[in-house]
Each structure stands twice: as C-alpha cells, then as structure tokens.
Design a protein around this ligand. Structure first.
Ligand SMILES: [Ca+2]
Length: 495
C-alpha cells in the first residue's frame, strides 16, 4: 500500500512539475538600439563624460555592462546597413545577403531566419519601431507590428519621443486585449545620428544650438561639453575616402574640426542622447506598472560607435575603439546587478543569445555565439580575437584585430596613397593617443597631457615581434571570415 501510494505520488508529482515548467511564462525581450552611439559617451564606460543618462546608469546598476562589445564592420559608407543585417541574422560581415560575399556565402531566404521570424515561430508577439532606411528591410518586414519612421527632429512628434510613443501604444493595446503572449520589442531610435536637432530644453542644458549656417561658427558657450580627451584638429593622414559623407557633409560640422564647432556638435549629440535616455525611462516605467519588468530582458546597444571630434574625425568610418566598439548593457532574470564582463562579443551574437536566454533553438544560418554564459557570470569572454573592417570607398580600406590588451589597425586606402599601421596597448593607452596628441597646441585645447608611452607603437623596434604577431592574427581572421581583400603586404594566392 505504501509503495502504491508513493508510486501514485510520483505519477502525480512529475506531470505537475512538467506542467508548471511549460506554463511558466517565457521571458519578454526589450531590445533597445540607438543609431550612432559611442560607448565612450556613457558614464558607465567613461566616468568623465559630459552626458547625463540616469536611466541607463540605473539599468547598468541593475544588470551587466559588457566592456568588449563590437560591431564587425562594414563594406560601405553607410555602416548602419551591414551592422543591422548582422544583428538581425547572426551572420558575419562577409556572409550577408548584401555586399561582396553575397553570391558565395549567404543562404537564400535568410529573412526567414532572422530575429523576428525566429521569435514569431516560437510563439512570441514581435513589435518594432525604428528609423527607416539603411537597414535590413526583408527582416524588418517580419515583425508582426511595425511602426518605422526616421525621427531626428527636436519636438515630440519629430524626435525620439515618437519611437517611445509607438512602444507605449503597443503596450497599452496588449493590456487592453489582455494579451499574455511573451513579447519581443525592437525599440530603435533614429538619434543621435545626425541631423542632431535636440529639444530646446536639452540644447540649453548643453549650451548648444541647432547650427545650420556653414559660413559661420556656432556661438561659444561655457555650458558646452569640453573637447574629448583624444580630440585632434585633423586626422594625421587621410581616413576613409574622398567625399565621405560623415567627414564632410554632416549639417552643423561639415569638414570643420575647430573647438567651437565640435563642442557645439557634442552638445547637440548629448541633447539627443539624453532625450533617448528619458524616452527609455518612460517605457521602463510602463513595464513596471504592468508588472512585466522582472520577467523581461532589457538590452541597450547601438549599431556602432562614432567619433564626433575624437582623432580629428566626425563619423563612423574608422576602427578606433570609440567607433568600433558599441555600448552593451543587459538587465534581466539571472543577471547579477552591477556586474561587468569583457565579453568579447559582436552585435551578430545577439540572435544566438536571445534564443539561448528564452530556450529556443537558433537557426542553422546563425554564425553568432551565445554569450548567455557571460551574462550568468560563468565566463568572462566567448572568444579570444576580435576582427574589424571598414571597406567603404577605396579597397581594401581598414582592418583591425584585437587580442587581450593589444590592438592593430592597418590602413590601405586611396589606391596605395595611404598605407599605415597603428599598434596600441589598450591597457596602457585606452584612448589610442597618437604622437599628434602630444603637441602643445593640442594639449592646450584638451587639457590632457598623454604619457610618453601613449603613442602608436607600430614603428617602435621594441614591439616589432608584437606587430608581426598581430599581423599574423589579422591575416588568419581575414581568411577565416572570407574577407575578399588583402592588404598591400599580404599574400593573395588564396583569394
Ligand atoms: Ca548608425
């Protein structure tokens, strides 16, 4: 009898456990993506920043900040486009449905295996708001609910508040319909991408104006943010290619790099970024009111970083850390508050990670690696070597490789006119200071005196072995990732 009872108890218990597991709601996902935001803008990455982001600071305090988050790069000036393809598909830069590798390296109908398609199949409600254009349209169409428009104005209707409004409306509808499906919301902003028209209140806070007259300088104002510590009045050699939009045509900056222009533009940039922070706060407040916060993974990132005066550059077409890296903050179930990890992740790992976090299988076309183990504090990194490319304009362009503290950037542009090597120890020179940053005229502007060793080490004979080692790593990564180009000194026999 006792045996029968315990057998019966086992029979009853086990189905109960199974039922509970399948009934427990799957976690929601709120994926927030800014357009053109450097991690160096945010206090959680750069305590010296002039930008105020209380909401993101709190998100980081409740979750994890990933230090080594990168976008893999681009083969065109509109860096956004390949970056957003990689996020959606989990594929590497030369294996996308656009670009030089498309015929050889990309499976057909890839949009059916992108974030929205995969999550639709898993029973998620998928919703998206973001800018229009320079994106992966075939994937964007897979979202069940979609409200896209480019909003770069300085009012509620024309700026970042509009994107928040779309998410809030969607959440209100879910409430009204008593919708209990788990959700994946892709909450994208059109800012702080230029044109950086801020709201009057936030512009005033950062002492900036929406400057439109190319023939004059914006007014000087003590409230404007200081120059970045690695500001230069010009990049030491031609970066990118002739007519590169971001370096010559951004309204408010154009080809100017003088302190007044750059400080005003950073003020505008901060005004737009703080507005994003405010808009994220509105959505998080709503999720809290709906009692959904504890069961939601919240991710904040950007499609790539940007220079805005750093190294004498304005745009996103370079491979310095301020631009190659992206911010990446994650809060959610099982993530230790106020934690940090190196990660060594790419944006293209997002698909695999989201699938892993909610217990669904990533599609076969995915090439990303889940960093769930990093988020859970079980590992600090998921890979050892990071590769970056900018190959817009003249080919092959720029390549970077990083391993541990060491980073190499090489430039092969303007049909052989530019052939440069930069070797940095990022532990000792995190701002990637160059010889030009040591000039008294630059120090007078930035107030920052770099240490003697904080320079490009590529020409220093003491580091010749390290340079050779990094060049070997770079070539191996280029081969592994099917990079279709080679730099001037590399063998071409395997292309
Ligand atoms: Ca962008």
């Amino acid at each position: 009898m006792k045996l029968a009872t315990s057998f019966l108890a086992t029979l009853i218990l086990f189905p109960l456990v199974t039922t509970q597991a399948s009934d427990s709601p799957k976690p929601n996902i709120l994926f927030i993506i800014a357009d053109d935001q450097s991690p160096m803008d945010l206090a959680v990455y750069n305590p010296q920043t002039s930008l105020q982001t209380p909401v993101l600071d709190k998100l980081a305090a409740e979750g994890m900040v990933i230090e080594g988050a990168y976008h893999m790069g681009a083969f065109q000036g509109a860096v956004c486009t390949p970056s957003r393809h990689m996020i959606m598909s989990g594929r590497t830069v030369w294996h996308l449905p656009i670009g030089p590798g498309v015929d050889r390296h990309c499976p057909p109908d890839l949009e059916q295996n992108t974030i929205p398609a995969v999550f639709n199949r898993a029973g998620y409600a998928t919703m998206r708001t973001c800018k229009s254009g320079n994106s992966y349209e075939a994937a964007n169409k897979q979202f069940t609910v979609r409200h896209d428009a480019s909003k770069r104005g300085g009012t509620e209707e024309t700026g970042s508040a509009w994107h928040a409004e779309q998410v809030l409306n969607y959440l209100h509808e879910r409430e009204a319909n008593r919708d209990t499906k788990p959700f994946l919301i892709y909450f994208g902003f059109s800012h702080p991408h230029d044109t950086r028209d801020g709201t009057p209140e936030l512009l005033a806070q950062y002492g900036a104006v929406n400057h439109t007259d190319k023939d004059s300088l914006p007014p000087a104002n003590d409230k404007q943010p200081p120059l970045p510590s690695n500001y230069l009045p010009a990049h030491p050699f031609p970066d990118g290619h002739p007519g590169l939009r971001d370096e010559v045509a951004v309204s408010g900056v154009w080809d100017k790099r003088d302190p007044r222009t750059i400080r005003n533009e950073i003020g505008r940039y901060n005004a737009c970024s703080e507005n994003i922070d405010i808009q994220i706060g509105r959505v998080l407040e709503k999720l809290a009111a709906m009692d959904e916060l504890d069961n939601t993974y919240i991710i904040y990132t950007s499609d790539h970083g940007i220079a805005v005066g750093r190294h004498g550059l304005q745009g996103k077409q370079n491979l310095y850390e301020h631009t190659w890296r992206v911010p990446f903050i994650v809060k959610g179930p099982g993530i230790q508050p106020a934690s940090r990890a190196t990660g060594n992740i790419y944006l293209l790992d997002t698909l695999a990670t989201l699938c892993d976090l909610v217990g669904i299988e990533a599609p076969d076309s995915n090439e990303g690696i889940s960093f769930k183990s990093v988020l859970e504090g079980k590992r600090s990194t998921i890979r050892d070597v990071m590769y970056g490319v900018y190959s817009g304009g003249t080919k092959p362009g720029m390549r970077s490789v990083r391993q541990g503290d060491w980073k190499l950037i090489e430039y092969d542009g303007l049909d052989g006119v530019v052939r440069e090597k930069q070797l940095f120890n990022l532990a000792e020179n995190p701002n990637e200071f160059l010889g030009q940053h040591h000039a008294p005229s630059v120090i007078a502007l930035t107030g920052v005196t770099p240490e003697a060793e904080q320079v490009n080490l590529a020409g220093d004979p003491r580091y010749a072995d390290k340079l050779a080692e990094m060049e070997t790593l770079l070539l191996a990564e280029m081969r592994r990732l099917d990079d279709p180009y080679r730099l001037w000194y590399q063998p071409t026999d395997d292309l």
